[in-house]
Design a protein around this ligand. Structure first.
Ligand SMILES: Cc1cc2nc3c(=O)[nH]c(=O)nc-3n(C[C@H](O)[C@H](O)[C@H](O)COP(=O)(O)OP(=O)(O)OC[C@H]3O[C@@H](n4cnc5c(N)ncnc54)[C@H](O)[C@@H]3O)c2cc1C
Length: 377
């Protein structure tokens, strides 16, 4: 097998690897290795496609903020249509959920997000299937948007190819060794480089072990969703994403149908995740209790893995022990909406450059994302 040399080898062509490959292709030669025949087959292709600036741990909210300028104004020619489109989000609170209500108001206040307080009648006007016996009041924010995930992901890949980057699909990484440079052996070729970027999602610890690097303790967690049609009398197109807390669930319009998720989160080995019947049953039960509509049969169901490190903040940085091994992992349930900032950080740190000022201005530092921080592993 012949060997090709690159300045950067990126493993995994989900949103993390694709976005990092675009940034790094500006500065050197890049190969993006993907096991599947299509980039985006795993977590990236299975998300709820939502930009929600108040959903996530506090430091993740800063990454979301740092990503917004790119999502609003990507570089010229990146995509023909907007990445974000209006959706809005309505969070429902039952009568006994006063503390959750106060907590949510605090988060919205701290990130300066605009919102409207709605009583039960006002909420029902926006989403006429809500069950008035279930909830007491709601908070509406129009800052939640739909994300065109496919367009964003393809935009990153197109831009990296235009800069001379190479995407190699059907290239499962099977062996990693190191002499002076790394040598990565895949099903479809061998590649060498001084730097490996590990963006392999749920498989990131397996890649680390292959490279002789100590695993970071990543935990993939499975989440499922379903699509269902509502009776034709409902025009659902402009409904917001509706979120319920404890038991949690959400639903939102998705190309003429409703996407419903029970917000489940089950530890899983890295795999091609499939939904469990019991979780789909929970999704339907929670939806039916919160609304006046019954779901006879879901039209489509799926599951994906959201991968977390212990403190649930993301990781972007070189391993402290092994030279040239860069972690880009732990995107959890936020990897799409944070991909602009995470890739910007990777584009700097993987070249040994300073942490990007625009992300620092949102209150984050290199230490917050470091694989060696306390609380990460
Ligand atoms: C149900 C659900 C809803 C979500 N909703 C949202 C949302 O609304 N907004 C949001 O921002 N995020 C959301 N997320 C989270 C988001 O989808 C993830 O954070 C993001 O997709 C992670 O991207 P990734 O590139 O790290 O992983 P992945 O997309 O899984 O990519 C990793 C890639 O690495 C490849 N790979 C692994 N091992 C190897 C190997 N040995 N050789 C070669 N390639 C390999 C895999 O094939 C895969 O393609 C959601 C996730 C789920 C499951």
């Amino acid at each position: 097998m012949t060997m090709e040399h690159f300045d950067f080898i990126i493993i995994g062509a989900g949103i993390a690897g694709a976005s990092a490959s675009m940034r790094l292709s500006e500065y050197g030669s890049v190969v993006l290795l993907e096991r599947e025949s299509q980039p985006g087959y795993h977590a990236t292709g299975r998300s709820a496609a939502t930009y929600e600036p108040s959903y996530g741990p506090e430091k993740v909210l800063r990454l979301i903020k740092a990503s917004k300028p790119f999502l609003d104004h990507p570089p010229t020619g990146f995509m023909d249509t907007a990445i974000l489109s209006p959706r809005g989000m309505m969070t429902l609170f039952r009568e006994n959920q006063g503390s959750e209500y106060d907590e949510f108001m605090d988060i919205l206040g701290s990130i300066g997000s605009g919102f409207e307080k709605l009583d039960a009648g006002q909420a029902l006007k926006r989403v006429p299937i809500l069950n008035p016996d279930y909830y007491h009041r709601a908070i509406y924010s129009d800052e939640a948007k739909d994300i065109d995930v496919h367009g964003l992901h393809q935009g990153y890949l197109r831009a990296m190819k235009a800069l001379g980057g190479k995407v190699q699909v059907n290239a499962e990484v099977r062996e990693i060794s190191r002499t002076e440079d790394w040598t990565v052996t895949t099903r479809s070729g061998r590649f060498s480089s001084p730097v490996i970027i590990n963006a392999s999602g749920a498989w990131a610890d397996e890649i680390a072990v292959m490279a002789g690097v100590k695993p970071i303790g990543l935990e993939p967690r499975r989440r499922c969703a379903l699509l269902a049609s509502l009776p034709q009398q409902y025009d659902i197109r402009d409904w917001p994403l509706v979120m319920g807390l404890d038991p949690s669930f959400y639903f939102k319009p998705d190309a003429g149908r409703l996407m419903i998720s029970p917000e489940d989160s089950h530890p899983s080995a890295p795999c091609d995740a499939r939904p469990e019947d019991i979780d789909i049953a929970y999704a339907i039960d929670r939806f039916e209790r919160a609304t006046t509509v019954s779901i006879r049969r879901p039209e489509h169901t799926w599951a994906g893995l959201r991968s977390f490190v212990a403190d649930e903040m993301m990781v972007a940085g070189f391993d402290a022990q092994v030279d040239g091994f860069f972690w880009l992992v732990g995107q959890g349930g936020f990897g799409i909406k944070t991909s602009p900032a995470m890739s910007l950080i990777t584009g700097q740190l993987a070249r040994g450059k300073d942490f990007p000022q625009s992300v620092a201005d949102c209150g984050l530092s290199e230490a917050d994302l470091s694989p060696s921080r306390a609380g990460c592993g």
